[in-house]
Design a protein around this ligand. Structure first.
Ligand SMILES: Nc1nc2c(ncn2[C@@H]2O[C@H](COP(=O)(O)OP(=O)(O)O)[C@@H](O)[C@H]2O)c(=O)[nH]1
Ligand SMILES: [Mg+2]
Length: 216
């Protein structure tokens, strides 16, 4: 477990209480916004809960379109949080209702982004609490280790497993990534539906943002 000071939790609350806007959907590396803010990306299998988690963090119901139809997110979607950082909703990997050539193109774009983006400060690798770390999560972890991009497991849909299983699931996810060079040792555990673990994740994110402007 990891704990956050009241100051860190307040910094997280304040960051997400301010203005947040969808900035752009990117389909090619040439469309990326200027790398003038830290970026935090959300990666994970289709349907793992990426868009729902971004909605929960921002407290806005549909800023990132969540969908029961897996694989609908085909772009890198950038959200500007108070001019202090960007959240990036990545295309889901795994199942998608699309031709193989299109899937290969999104995967290529995602890999190029993950490998070659100096502004990228952390990748949250979302893991369904019911299913644990899968082979394609480990492929992403391998790519991030190679590129020396810091990443961290975030369990989703915690409400779908029993309270007794919840602590074990987080520990198992952390264990599955342990000893990998770029992996963060602590796994977050969240539910977008029941708003579990959201304050802690906001605090984690706020620590990576550029500092808030001080009132004069
Ligand atoms: N019970 C539960 N369902 C969730 C949670 N997060 C997402 N879902 C559901 O899982 C499905 C996929 O979510 P979505 O955010 O679109 O996944 P994405 O494809 O990774 O962006 C939707 O039906 C969501 O309502 C959660 O924390 N708890
Ligand atoms: Mg989505």
């Amino acid at each position: 477990m990891s704990s956050y000071t009241p100051e860190a939790l307040e910094a997280g609350r304040l960051l997400f209480a301010g203005p947040i806007a969808f900035e752009r959907g990117v389909v090619a590396m040439s469309d990326l916004p200027d790398a003038n803010l830290p970026e935090i990306a959300f990666a994970g299998r289709s349907n793992v809960g990426k868009s729902s988690l971004i909605n929960a963090l921002t407290g806005r119901k549909a800023i990132a379109r969540a969908s029961a139809d897996p694989g609908r997110t085909r772009e890198l979607n950038f959200f500007n949080v108070g001019g202090r950082l960007r959240l990036v909703d990545l295309p889901g990997y795994g199942y998608a209702k699309a031709p193989k050539s299109a899937i290969a193109r999104w995967n290529g774009l995602m890999r190029d982004y993950l490998r070659g983006r100096p502004a990228l400060k952390r990748v949250f690798v979302l893991i369904d609490a019911r299913h644990g770390v899968k082979a394609n999560d480990l492929e992403i972890a391998d790519a991030l280790d190679k590129a020396a991009v810091s990443y961290q497991a975030v369990l989703t849909k915690l409400d779908k497993i029993s309270p007794a299983a919840q602590a074990d699931a987080a520990a198992a996810a952390a264990r599955a990534l342990a000893k990998r060079p770029a992996a963060h040792p602590y796994a977050h555990a969240t539910s977008a539906e029941k708003l579990i673990g959201i304050e802690a994740l906001r605090a984690e994110i706020a620590a990576l943002a550029i500092p808030a402007a001080q009132p004069i």
